[in-house]
Design a protein around this ligand. Structure first.
Ligand code: HAM
Length: 439
């Protein structure tokens, strides 16, 4: 093979795409039920948008962006996340005009030049939600509820919710200095990256993934113990609502997140079965970002979740999301008259029903075998006799029964049964094999 998908990218094949579509459907349903409307933003933006939005000292900006010059020498970057673009679009199109809170959701590929591994890709896919315009702790909790609702909605159970507060412009600078002092005393034990983080932004040290560094963090001062009164009250209220609505959580004082724009609440939902890359999704409040991008002061909160990790966790829990299914109907032709009639019938049945037929004029036995291999729900057998009598022999592959149905009413007969008239669509056989579209 001369060409292969680039390292850290992967093809999503038939058989998998059904699961992806179902996960995206569950997500958009969860987000819409909280009043979110979909936004689609470009895959690339001016590099500066991400540098300023995400933060110069973050790993994403320092090491992970796919940045290139276009033909006019402008620096562009493949989006490493969605929030900065959503804020840009919100300002560019004045989406806040007249609205109290603007609630948006998005899905799509993101790009980070990271070391590929289990649950870590260079092109990965996020679903996300942003609420712009509300400072209320209720909004923080609602976004977290959407995330958890989505993850539970696809069938995940072994979830752990972690929350923290990163304070605000009032209380964070004092804490940062305090943390910086404490870290300076540990210089000899910190990794290279952390040494430069201590200088640039000591909070980023807490995001270090090196075991050696993490082992030192136990005794460090934590933000939640240095919150100003307003941030303390905000966090207390978030915790109170979480308890009221029965969302279990732990406070994780080291949860600083990998992006600089956060203020006050941050949260992540982890899955117990994913090793080191266990964060399925995360987010929090970013009250300063809209203003930093040139807009009016606008409090905001949101999250995004990684679909690859969600699907890996489903496998780990043994949940089968959108099990493979075959066509509704397989048309089998016994002779030339049957072929002619099946061409007409296929045209008539589509697009209401998924229809497959034989292209190779094989014998009836081979066609029935194909229908069974493909997991077809019904096989319609047509030949000279049936065409002359204007009927078809219809085999219910699940029940193993066969009946004669008049050709005139066949479309209605099949549609009613395939859409659940005789129960939900139980699918037999494996079906859905990659690349096996028809026989
Ligand atoms: P993030 O924590 O950087 O947040 O990414 C969110 C999720 O994307 C992660 O929890 C993970 O599931 C997935 N993810 C991140 N990097 C990779 C990767 N290399 N491979 C596979 N999956 C990955 C954000 O992106 C923020 N924009 C979230 C947000 C929205 N905050 C406020 N609003």
């Amino acid at each position: 093979m001369k060409y292969r998908a680039m390292r850290g990218t992967r093809d999503i094949l038939p058989g998998e795409t059904e699961r992806w579509r179902e996960a995206e459907r569950v997500f958009s349903r969860a987000a819409s039920s909280y009043g979110c409307r979909e936004i689609r933003v470009p895959i690339f933006e001016a590099t500066d948008l991400f540098e300023r939005g995400i933060g110069e000292a973050t790993d994403i900006v320092q090491k992970e962006m796919y940045t290139f010059l276009d033909r006019k020498g402008r620096s562009l970057t493949l989006r490493p996340e969605g929030t900065a673009s959503v804020v840009r679009a919100y300002l560019e199109h004045n989406l806040g005009r007249g609205a109290n809170v603007v609630r948006l959701f998005y899905t799509g590929p993101m790009f980070r030049y990271d070391r590929p591994g289990a649950g870590r890709y260079r092109q990965f896919h996020q679903v996300g939600v942003e609420f712009l315009g509300s400072p209320a702790p209720e909004a923080d909790v609602e976004t977290l509820e959407i995330l958890i609702g989505f993850l539970r909605g696809v069938g995940l159970r072994r979830l752990e919710t972690r929350i923290n507060s990163l304070g605000c412009g009032e209380c964070r600078p004092g804490y940062r200095t305090h943390l910086g002092e404490a870290l300076k005393g540990m210089r000899s034990s910190l990794c290279e990256d952390c040494l430069s983080r201590v200088e640039r932004n000591p909070l980023r040290v807490l995001d270090c993934k090196q075991e050696g560094c993490r082992a030192l963090f136990g005794g460090l001062p934590v933000m939640v113990e240095h919150l100003c009164a307003a941030c303390r009250a905000h966090m207390d209220r978030v915790e109170e609502i979480l308890k009221q609505i029965g969302i279990a959580y732990v406070v994780d004082p080291l949860l600083v997140r990998g992006l600089d724009y956060y203020t006050r609440t941050t949260y992540e939902v982890h899955h117990a079965g994913l090793g080191s890359q266990s964060a399925l999704g995360g987010g929090g409040r970013y009250d300063g970002l809209v203003e930093q991008m040139g807009g009016p002061p606008t409090p905001a909160v949101g999250f995004s979740a990684g679909l690859e990790r969600v699907l890996l966790s489903l496998e780990e829990e043994g949940v089968s999301l959108a099990p493979p299914r075959g066509p509704d109907v397989f048309l089998a032709a016994a002779d030339d008259a049957g072929v002619r009639e099946s061409l007409r019938l296929a045209h008539d049945l589509r697009p209401d029903l998924e229809v497959e037929r034989d292209y190779q004029r094989r014998n009836l036995k081979s066609q029935l075998k194909s229908a069974s291999d493909r997991g077809a729900r019904f096989v319609v057998i047509l030949g000279e006799r049936e065409v002359a009598q204007r009927t078809a022999a219809v085999k219910d592959m699940g029940a193993g029964t066969q009946v004669e149905v008049p050709l005139d009413g066949l479309r209605e007969w099949l549609t009613e049964r395939a859409s659940g008239g005789s129960g939900a669509k139980p699918r037999c056989g494996p079906g859905g094999d990659p690349g096996q579209a028809g026989s």
